[in-house]
Design a protein. Structure first.
Length: 436
């Protein structure tokens, strides 16, 4: 059997296993070791499994993943999300659609600490949704805002998805993090603008909340001061800002996790049970990420033997579509894959194949990382299947999928406009990394 036939059979087997609900990491590992063993030999394939697993879990660079996950868990279990929502609501909750504004701002703040879109959506389904419903916000709008706000988790630093992209493509994780800041802020501003436009076009659709006294506003703001200072310290040290110690990404994750732990303990918000729960949650999530990563690396060796990346590059560049035509084709592929798997699995499975195409076409790899993560996040909310939508549905039992998708459509349109803007003006993502 030719290598092309083996590669095609491998992809068919991979998607068949995923449809049978086999975990993505396990499916990629099984197909990868089977295909590699068929082409190279059984003994080298078995050695590959052991060497890849050991090298991945002991690699210092990969330590950035569990450290930032632990930081996010400590902050989440300390009640940080509720404090952020309360503080944001104090300043904008009295405006028409104010709770929507507060939800987006709080999602952005929580995402900057948590780094996970799914976790952000799940958290604010429990925190923001009951408040919006209490003040008379429609179900569609409330769930749509939370689903869209959750996608900020993968763009604003520290982003676990961007870190994994950097590891796979051997790009500077610090530059990837800072490249996500301007697009992340742009996303937040455009979401706020979308809410404002909805309130103007349909005045009776979004209510206004009560005005809160300035004393209460500043009191709520004090509750989030320590976590925000920790974020500035960690990210500032990662980028080498003046008067701050310089951190590598892994060191920044360790400092962030330690700082989040100390803040939670000294404020009395982290007791023994919550500390244990945070450690277990971070360990389980990190184990899941490393399982997918190990499986993807083994599958990548199989693809290398079959020369799939080179052949995909030759095929796509030979279509005569031009650089941006090929890029558009890749974006459409990611939107379709968003119906089948989560963001992390998409990045790990496809980037080793797509990245050589991007470099061959001359696109900046840092910019492409931002673009690809943004497209993957769009896949988390677009119909007919969106991971964030399913997460919200699992938390909010009394709302239908149709209602959530109806509420998220304006934000999907906003995301598509933002994607076009960033493709047309790469400087938005590249200006900050180029000045550090």
């Amino acid at each position: 059997m030719s290598t092309d036939a083996v590669a095609i059979l491998g992809f068919v087997a991979l998607f068949a296993l995923m449809l049978l609900r086999v975990p993505v990491g396990m499916a990629m590992g099984l197909v990868g070791v089977s295909g590699f063993g068929y082409l190279v030999g059984g003994a080298p394939a078995l050695k590959l499994v052991g060497q890849t697993s050991m090298r991945t879990v002991t690699d210092y660079t990969f330590g950035v993943i569990p450290m930032f996950l632990l930081m996010g868990m400590f902050m989440s279990n300390s009640g940080m999300s509720r404090d952020l929502f309360k503080a944001a609501n104090g300043f904008v909750g009295h405006l028409r659609g104010g709770l929507g504004f507060a939800t987006v701002v709080a999602c952005a703040g929580f995402a900057a600490i948590c780094g996970s879109s799914v976790a952000t959506a799940a958290t604010f389904s429990a925190v923001a949704y009951p408040e919006m419903r209490r003040f008379g916000y429609p179900q569609s709008f409330a769930t749509g805002v939370i689903a869209a706000g959750g996608t900020l988790g993968a763009m604003l630093p520290p982003s676990i998805v961007l870190a994994v992209y950097g590891i796979i493509t051997e790009q500077d994780i610090g530059k990837l993090f800072i490249a996500g800041i301007a697009p992340g802020v742009l996303a937040m501003v455009m979401y706020l603008t979308t809410i404002f436009v909805i309130g103007q076009v349909r005045p009776g659709f979004l209510p206004a909340g009560p005005r809160i006294a300035w004393r209460q506003r500043f009191s709520a703001l004090k509750d989030v001061l320590a976590p925000l200072l920790l974020f500035v310290f960690v990210i500032g040290g990662l980028y080498g800002l003046p008067f701050l110690p310089r951190f590598t990404p892994t060191e920044a994750g360790g400092v962030g996790a330690t700082g989040a732990f100390l803040i939670g303990v000294f404020t009395g918000r982290l007791n023994k049970d919550k500390i244990l729960m945070s450690l277990l949650q971070a360990t389980r999530t990190a184990a899941a990420v490393f399982t997918v990563l190990i499986g993807a690396l083994i599958f990548g060796y199989f693809l290398t033997v079959t020369q799939t990346p080179q052949k995909v590059t030759e095929f796509l560049t030979g279509l005569g579509l031009g650089a941006y035509g090929v890029l558009a084709l890749i974006m459409l592929m990611y939107l379709a894959l968003g119906c089948l798997m989560d963001a992390m699995a998409m990045i790990i499975l496809t980037v080793p194949i797509i990245f050589p195409v991007i470099t061959h076409l001359g696109f900046n790899p840092i910019w492409f990382g931002v673009i690809i993560v943004m497209t993957v996040e769009l896949g988390l909310i677009h119909p007919p299947v969106g991971m964030n939508v399913f997460v919200i549905k699992s938390v909010v039992k009394d709302v239908s999928f149709t209602t959530i998708f109806k509420g998220v459509i304006p934000f999907i349109i906003t995301d598509l406009i933002r994607l076009v803007i960033l493709i047309a003006f790469p400087i938005i993502a590249l200006w900050l990394p180029s000045h550090l």
